[in-house]
Design a protein around this ligand. Structure first.
Ligand code: SAH
Length: 227
């Protein structure tokens, strides 16, 4: 990957607490915490996370923490974004078309947009989706389709997907997501309510191989779309 994916990235590099130097310190921290994929680390190094947060939160953009983005939701912790992306890409099939549940701020979407061909991103809160679309457009990331919908149903019209990633935690694995995953593909999703674990699933011809990857805290996967 080039240092800057396009000229828009150069424009939004940031200053001081949002500068390239601060972002690179986060990358170093993620490496120390066990993230190995150089392509994931380079994506985190170039994506201006501060653009996905409100002004008041910008100075904390490169801390390795989840932060509020309004509507009771949060931008995912960078380590979690890195871990999920790394695991998803380490697949036995080429990862080209990815379904994302929970667009949220659009930060995870931006990281993926630099690493795969096409992302289908679903969000149930229209205001969040619109805000994320504005930022991703400003960054000139054009390989993303958005839907306002309930992620429990996946995105059947666009299936099958090479990989599926969810940033919202249902109590049980939604069967539609498994149906819409290609054979050989990977699905990564937190499961549980007050206690959650991050699970990776690999779909083979005959079964689903389940791996527990970490203890995590995500927002719940809610039913329906927000009116
Ligand atoms: N990766 C995003 C995470 C946002 S938090 C980021 O870093 O910003 C998870 C998001 O999932 C929230 O925006 C929430 O509204 C959304 N969500 C929750 N339940 C959902 C559902 N059933 N369908 C689609 N999105 C859902």
């Amino acid at each position: 990957m080039n240092k800057y994916p396009n000229s828009a990235f150069e424009k939004y590099q940031g200053l001081g607490m949002t500068s390239q130097r601060t972002r690179s310190r986060l990358v170093k921290r993620l490496k120390d915490k066990g993230i190995e994929s150089s392509e994931v680390l380079s994506a985190i190094d170039v994506v201006p996370r501060h653009l996905f947060l409100d002004e008041a939160m910008a100075s904390r953009s490169y801390e390795d923490t989840a932060l509020p983005i309004g509507y009771g939701q949060t931008i995912s912790q960078p380590w979690v974004v890195a871990k999920m992306t790394e695991w998803l890409l380490d697949s036995s099939i080429p990862v080209k078309r990815v379904l994302e549940i929970g667009t949220g701020s659009g930060y995870q979407t931006a990281i993926l947009a630099l690493l795969v061909d096409k992302i289908y991103s679903v969000e149930r809160i229209p205001e969040l989706s619109v805000k994320a679309q504005d930022v991703l457009q400003a960054l000139e990331l054009e390989n993303i389709d958005f839907a306002i919908s309930d992620g429990h149903w996946g995105w059947p019209e666009m299936a099958p997907f090479d990989a599926i990633i969810s940033a919202a935690s249902p109590s049980e694995l939604p069967v539609e997501l498994v149906n819409q995953l290609k054979e050989g593909g990977r699905l990564i999703i937190p499961l549980g309510d007050s206690e959650q674990q991050l699970y990776g699933f690999e779909k083979t011809a005959t079964k689903l191989i389940k791996t527990c990857l970490a203890d995590v805290m995500f927002v719940p996967m809610k039913q329906g779309i927000e009116a």
